[in-house]
Design a protein around this ligand. Sequence first.
Ligand code: F0G
Length: 406
Amino acid sequence: MLSLKQRCIECGKDFDIRARLYVCPECGGLLEIEFEGDELRKNLKEHPLEGQINVWKYRAFMPVASDSKIVSLGEGGTPLVKCDRLANEIGLKNLYIKFEGANPTGSFKDRGMTVGVTKALEFGVKTVACASTGNTSASLAAYAARAKLKCLVLLPEGKVALGKLTQTLIFGAHVLAVRGNFDEALAAVRELCDKRGDIYLLNSINPFRPQGQKSIGFEIAEQLGWKVPDRVVVPMGNCANIWAIYKGFFEFDMAKVTKGIPKMTGIQAKGAMPIVNAIENGLDRFEPINNPETIATAIRIGNPVNGAKAIRAIRQSKGSAEWVSDKEIVASQKLIARLEGIGVEPASAASVAGLRKMIKLGQIKRDEVVVCVATGHMLKDPEEAIDVSEPPMEVPGTVESLETLK
Ligand code: F0G
């Protein structure tokens, strides 16, 4: 085990790795798990990067005390798909999609939950909880079931995509539909977990959960032949994932596994873009948006708890942030599906929509190597996919009527 610390990103104070914290007890800032380069290299000798790609291949970078409590569904090891037709269509030479829909519950959240639920067992709690726009809850419910933990989920009433709701229910979580939006549901469950020490919060404000999500960065580098792309494009909601991926590349660089960090590029929907506003205006803090709205319900978030981390990831990697309209999101969702055969949910399509927009604005060079992270599977939101598609044509069951196919 490494001698790790939890460090406040605002005041820099260190806290014991065994302390069950969500934010800095001194100033309320976000916490990050700090690794030292020498230690990482030592740890890599104990846990070498060998074998099949999945989250636990990168055990050396995961802050868990021992292997005995690990709760896993074989998450990670998702395809990095070279997308030549899509690249050609939008004006790039080298474009890849990291297809996170291929995870056990169909989104990248599984990478975080394998670590987060393992920590819940280490801390000895019996109940885990989260607020969610749907994917976090689907993933937490599955890992909690596997770990024999009770699971409490708060969902914004009437705003969760059908696939995600179905998963959360069938995995046996105790599900509450909150009259309010995601930000309000998260504030409520945070307060509950602060008050009740026996319930462990597994939203991404939890400093351990994003540690598993670092593996998206590790995998991209490994799948590119231990090389770092020029740019990684990520949809931003509560804003932990862009930070986690950045941290993955940062730690690979620190441990001398790969060299350099890609430009982290965060995309938000027009109706929910507090971080884009902050980056465009050169601010270190963001102004929350009160009534966020977008077809991409996964990122329908106005007050992202990890906003400060996203701003750092973008600035420190010399990246950028862009917004896209719902129309652009749907157009890109169809393009990804029809040119590449990859089905993604609207929030995931936001990454490609943002990339297209930035290419049109002349902000991205044609020869850049770009990876778009497709965060969730299309079947998460089947109603949206049907709504934006042509309905099937009704015909009689005769061979003549089948010749309508052009
Ligand atoms: N894409 C998908 C498919 C998501 O479900 C989320 C977040 C994001 C992108 C944004 O990631 O929050 O780390 O910036 N979904 C959360 C949830 C909020 O509750 O499932 P982020």
